[in-house]
Structures are given as C-alpha cells and as structure tokens.
Write a protein of this length. Structure first.
Length: 267
C-alpha cells in the first residue's frame, strides 16, 4: 500500500526524512510518495487545496497531510476512511476536509491523538513523527482504523470553507485568488462551467480587475495562445480558472495574493 505525505516542513531540515524512517520501520513494504513539502508555513487552506487536487491521481492508500500551526494545543489528531476507500491522517484543522469531499465523504472517523500506535514519548512539537507517521504506517501495514483511536462523529470534524463566486447583474464575476504556484500563475475560486451566461467566452477578451486596477486578458486554452507578456485567463490542470502571463508572473505583475478579490468581466 502507498503512504503519501504532504507537509509544510520544507527540505532543509530532517523532518521529512525522519517521517520516512518511521513509516519504513513500521511498514517496510509500504511505498512512500512525497506529494509536496513546500506548502507555505501554517497555510492550512493551501494544504487542503493541494491534497484535494492531487488525491485523484494517487493510488488508493493512506494519505498524510501535516500543516499544523496548532501543534501541541488541544486540537485533535484524526484519521478517517472515505467512502472510496482512501484513508486520510492529519490534524483536525480542515487540512483533510476538501480531500474527503472529493473522495465521496467520510465513512468512519477516529481520534488518534492518544492512539496506541503513536511513538512514546510524544513530542509537543513534532506530531508528524510521533503521531501521524506511525498511525499511517500501521494502517498501511493492515491495522484496522477502528483500533487506531476513539470513534468520532464525522460532523464534528473541522472543515475548510472556500469562498463562493458572485455574479452581479451587470455580468461582473467576483472571485477570490485561492493559490499561486512557483510560476506566478494564480488559481481562482471558479470553474469554467460557472461562467455560463456571463458573456465570458473562450477566445474573447476579459477585463481582470485586481487591487482596483483593470487589465485586459484573453480567455485562452494555453499560454502560447497569447503573445509573450500577454495576460490570459485559462482553465488550469485541476479544472479551475486561473490567471497567468505568458513567460511572466501574474501574481507579481498584478499584485495578487491568495485571498484577494478579483473581478472578471467580458469586454
């Protein structure tokens, strides 16, 4: 079985390697897949988005997400089984919630904060090593989820709520920037299908307003559909709209940060 890891640990320290070692010691036959360790520090929503987007491309297995700014507090550590058979392990702060929504919801949830599978003594600041990695490894090795902790009502689990797009009577679409990648492309909180009736159509011009400044973009399929330096709106690899500049960085040029409002309108 695979164990996937998503964290905000980065690669400069020993945190990721130690988690690998814990998993390999308990479940030597498990295959470990590093989804990313580059989630911005403490950015639970970004971790939840990346886990949701990447989960469909992972084999069914155990998926660990550790973006945990409240480590050492009373927040719960949880493990859940989704209706599609996937197992998710991580802090109960919403980082797992978008993924279980994509995986048809939660079938069973348990509190693994004091799991019999955890390592002792438990560090107050490194639950990735002492709680999440050993619990995930035991599950990958065949342990029953029900034996990993105390049962929980799935309705009590913390969820990340994403902002909904708003379409005004004049056709202006108000969305939020959800994330930006290393190329400066900015993912938005709207899908192509949600643009129906707004006049924003493939190949047409779109007025993109960010920070009060309007910019003219083309609604295109891919970057090369516009000139070098040209602004485009496009459907990204995860079926959400995004803003980019061909051979440039939309985030820096337009001054857009995750959480900012962006307005789209057909021209």
């Amino acid at each position: 079985m695979i164990v996937s890891l998503l964290t905000d640990y980065g690669r400069d320290d020993d945190f990721v390697g130690v988690c690998h070692g814990v998993i390999a010691s308990i479940a030597p036959d498990a295959r470990i897949i590093d989804l990313t360790h580059g989630i911005p520090r403490g950015d639970v929503r970004q971790g939840a988005l990346v886990l949701r987007n990447t989960l469909p491309y992972m084999p069914t297995g155990v998926h660990v997400a550790v973006v945990d700014p409240q480590v050492g507090t009373e927040r719960r550590a949880v493990a859940v089984r989704c209706h599609d058979g996937r197992l998710l392990v991580g802090p109960d702060n919403g980082v797992l919630s978008l993924a279980w929504g994509r995986a048809r919801g939660v079938e069973l949830a348990v509190d693994v904060t004091r799991s019999a599978h955890r390592l002792e003594p438990v560090s107050a600041t490194f639950h990735g090593r002492d709680v999440f990695a050993p619990v995930a490894a035991q599950l990958a090795a065949g342990a029953e989820l029900a034996d990993a902790g105390q049962p929980l009502d799935p309705e009590t689990l913390v969820r990340v709520e994403l902002p909904e797009p708003r379409i005004d009577t004049d056709g202006t679409v108000t969305v939020h920037a959800l994330a930006a990648d290393r190329f400066g492309n900015v993912a938005l909180s709207i899908s192509h299908e949600a643009l129906a009736g707004t006049g924003v159509t493939l190949g047409g011009e779109v007025e993109v307003t960010a920070g009060g400044e309007p910019h003219t973009a083309t609604y295109a399929v891919t970057f090369a559909d516009v000139r070098d330096g040209g602004l485009l709106v496009y459907e990204d690899a995860y079926r959400m709209l995004a803003i980019a500049i061909n051979r440039g960085e939309a985030r820096a040029t337009l001054g857009i940060e995750p959480g900012d409002e962006v307005h789209l309108r057909a021209r």
